[in-house]
Structures are given as structure tokens and as C-alpha cells.
Design a protein around this ligand. Structure first.
Ligand SMILES: *Cc1c(COP(=O)(O)O)cnc(C)c1O
Length: 360
């Protein structure tokens, strides 16, 4: 028997969210972003659930190969391009399209002996991670188009602050990034601009294609908005069972470092989930879990394989009950906020030792 912990992936939720984003894409090409093992939901599950998408967008070269082995016949976009010359024949064989983000990649394409690869040019409009400055694009495009193996597809950019709640007048607002992109947004073909926040919150950002990530998994990209408000359904549930109950006297403590001390006679539940399962050790006292239809607070430091919660006010919860660490009843963004992070990080951090169960 495995430990009583599991990561449950709801295929119907993935399908529902894909349909939702398809609708929001309003006729534009929909890339389903499945990087990081499908944001922790499993590449194979994503490929099945997102079969209506126009393509998948991924990062790891081996994922392109894996996706083809799993039977994915539609387009594949490598959103970070490639990393070395030897990646090119692998990507050609997988018929994957690449994002070209700097001069070194153009040189590798010029020197390569492959016969065909579709390329998108990355424009740096203010994120300042990858890509060419807008003014460099015409020259780079011309250079790319001269390479015999290259099929030029268009341009890609990425927004740093697309959330609806982002109202700062910062250096990289969507408006400023669009301004930097300038005429390229209109004159170029194959323009791919928006990720989830752009799709949901910035109808003024048009383009021919979009890259939907987090919303496909049912998690809001803006922690001030819930999944329900966006009409999406959380597809990932991390849950584990209560494996012990402890009765504490006032003044007694729970766990390493005695970080939680009982102020009243307390009933403490021990859950079979720890930081080696992907539940952050940084989670403070009072972080929410869902058990027996209620929210209970965590108590004490999360240990490697276990964590504890206060069940004093939930007497109906007992040994053997499932506790939802995050999922449909306990939004991952709320949990993440307690540790100063975002849902994105938690959903892709569940460790391989946790058994995955696919439903729907
Ligand atoms: C991860 C990523 C996306 C998807 O972002 P979401 O916020 O999850 O929709 C889109 N484009 C690029 C370049 C990315 O790295």
C-alpha cells in the first residue's frame, strides 16, 4: 500500500477549462501551455484533455519527443526555443516549432544541416528576460528568412503584469509593452501576444494566437479573483489522510521547533503529507486545509513527511479522513498566499513520490 496521499487530476475540469479558454480566445489560435509537466498535471493527461487546442506549448526538448510518442499530432511550440545545436535534429524529427530569442540561436540555425524548422521571433517588449528589441525585429526576420531550413511564422511576446489587479503605473504595464511593440502588432503575421491574463483581462491585446497556461488548470492568474469568478474549475487536488490524533494540554507544543503551543485543551490531527511531498515548509501556523467539510488551521512546522492541524473545533474529523491540502474546496492561491507565493508554484511542486490518480 502506498502512503495515504494522492494527487488527483480531474480530466473533466481540464476539458472544461480548455473549452472556456477556447471561447475566450475568440477565434485566435489556442496554444495550450503544458510546460513543467503540464503545471504538475502530467503531460499525458494534458495531451488527452487538450485535444481540441491548436497546439501545445512546452519547454523541455524531451517533452516534444514524449508528446509525439503519446500520439500528439497537432502543433508543438517550444516557447523557450532550443538550447544547443544538437537539439535541432531532435526538434525537426518531432516537427516542433521554435521561438528564436537571440543571435546565438540564429547562428545555430544558419550552421545547422536540418532541412526544415518553423520559427517564431521573440520580441522583448519590457519583460527583459528573452527576445530581441522591437527595433531589431525587421533585420532578424530578414536574416531568419534567408536560412533555407527556416519557415518563418511570426512574432511572440510576453506580458509582465497582465493581472486585472495590477494597476501600478510601472515600467512594464500591458499598455507600455504594447506601445513598445508598436507597429509590429499590426504589420506582422502570426502575432502571438497574450497568456492567460492577456486573454482574460486585456481584450485590447489582439493578435492571431494566444498561449493559455494557468487557467487551463483551473487556477486564477490573479489572486484577487477566484476560479469561480473566472468560470474555471481547479483540476488538481492534493490530499492526504489523517494518520493520528493527539490530545494536548495547554502549554504543550506541536512539532519541530515547538512553533505552535496549545492555549486550550487541543485535539491535533497528523496528516500524511510533508514538505517532501511538495507542501511548502514555509507554510505558517493557521494555513487552511479542508477536512470534514470545514476549513482547519495548520499547527506547527511542516515536517518532511507529516504536518499537523488543529481539530479541536471539528470533533467529527478523525483518523482515516481525507484532508484536502489544496483543490476545489481549498483554493491553491489562498494556501500559497500564506507562504508568500502563488498557486502557480504549488501546483507544479508536488513531488514524484506522491501517487497520481486521474479521474473523469
Ligand atoms: C508560462 C508561459 C505562458 C503561460 O502563462 P500563464 O500565465 O500560465 O497563462 C505563456 N507564455 C510564456 C512565454 C510562458 O513562459
Amino acid at each position: 500500500m502506498p502512503r495515504p496521499i494522492e494527487l488527483v487530476i480531474d480530466m473533466n475540469a481540464l476539458r472544461h477549462n480548455e473549452a472556456k479558454m477556447r471561447e475566450a480566445a475568440a477565434g485566435r489560435t489556442l496554444w495550450a501551455v503544458c510546460k513543467a509537466n503540464g503545471y504538475g498535471h502530467g503531460l499525458a493527461n494534458c495531451i488527452k484533455a487538450f485535444e481540441d487546442a491548436d497546439g501545445i506549448a512546452i519547454l523541455d526538448i524531451e517533452d516534444a519527443v514524449k508528446a509525439r510518442e503519446l500520439g500528439w499530432k497537432k502543433r508543438i511550440l517550444m516557447i523557450e526555443g532550443f538550447f544547443d545545436a544538437e537539439d535541432l535534429p531532435v526538434l525537426e524529427k518531432a516537427n516542433a516549432e521554435v521561438v528564436v530569442r537571440d543571435l546565438r540561436l540564429i547562428e545555430l540555425l544558419e550552421q545547422s544541416h536540418i532541412r526544415h524548422i518553423a520559427c517564431h521571433l521573440k520580441v522583448n517588449t519590457g519583460m527583459n528576460r528573452l527576445g530581441f528589441r522591437p527595433a531589431e525585429i525587421p533585420a532578424m526576420k530578414e536574416r531568419l528568412q534567408k536560412i533555407p531550413c527556416v519557415e518563418y511564422k511570426g512574432i511572440v511576446t510576453h506580458f509582465a503584469n497582465g493581472e486585472r489587479s495590477y494597476t501600478a503605473d510601472g515600467p512594464a504595464t500591458v499598455a507600455r509593452q504594447m506601445q513598445r511593440l508598436g507597429d509590429l502588432a499590426r504589420t506582422e503575421k502570426g502575432v502571438c501576444l497574450a497568456a492567460t491574463t492577456g486573454i482574460l483581462f486585456h481584450p485590447e491585446v489582439k493578435g492571431d494566437a494566444v498561449r493559455a497556461g494557468i487557467a487551463l488548470y483551473g487556477v486564477s492568474p490573479d489572486s484577487t479573483l477566484t476560479s469561480e469568478e473566472l468560470g474555471i474549475i481547479p483540476a488538481q487536488t492534493l490530499r492526504a489522510k489523517l494518520i493520528a490524533i493527539q490530545h494536548l494540554e495547554p502549554g504543550e507544543a506541536v512539532g519541530y521547533g515547538s512553533k505552535w503551543i496549545a492555549r486550550r485543551p487541543s485535539r491535533i490531527g497528523v496528516i500524511a503529507c510533508g514538505y517532501a511531498d511538495g507542501y511548502p515548509r514555509a507554510m505558517p501556523n493557521g494555513s487552511p486545509v479542508y477536512v470534514a467539510g470545514r476549513i482547519a488551521p495548520t499547527t506547527g512546522a511542516v515536517s518532511m513527511d507529516m504536518m499537523e492541524i488543529d481539530l479541536t473545533d471539528i470533533p467529527e474529523a478523525g483518523e482515516g479522513d481525507w484532508v484536502e491540502l489544496w483543490g476545489k474546496h481549498n483554493p491553491v492561491n489562498k494556501v500559497a498566499a500564506c507562504a508568500g507565493t502563488i498557486g502557480y508554484e504549488l501546483i507544479c511542486s508536488v513531488m514524484p513520490r506522491v501517487p497520481v490518480r486521474t479521474v473523469g
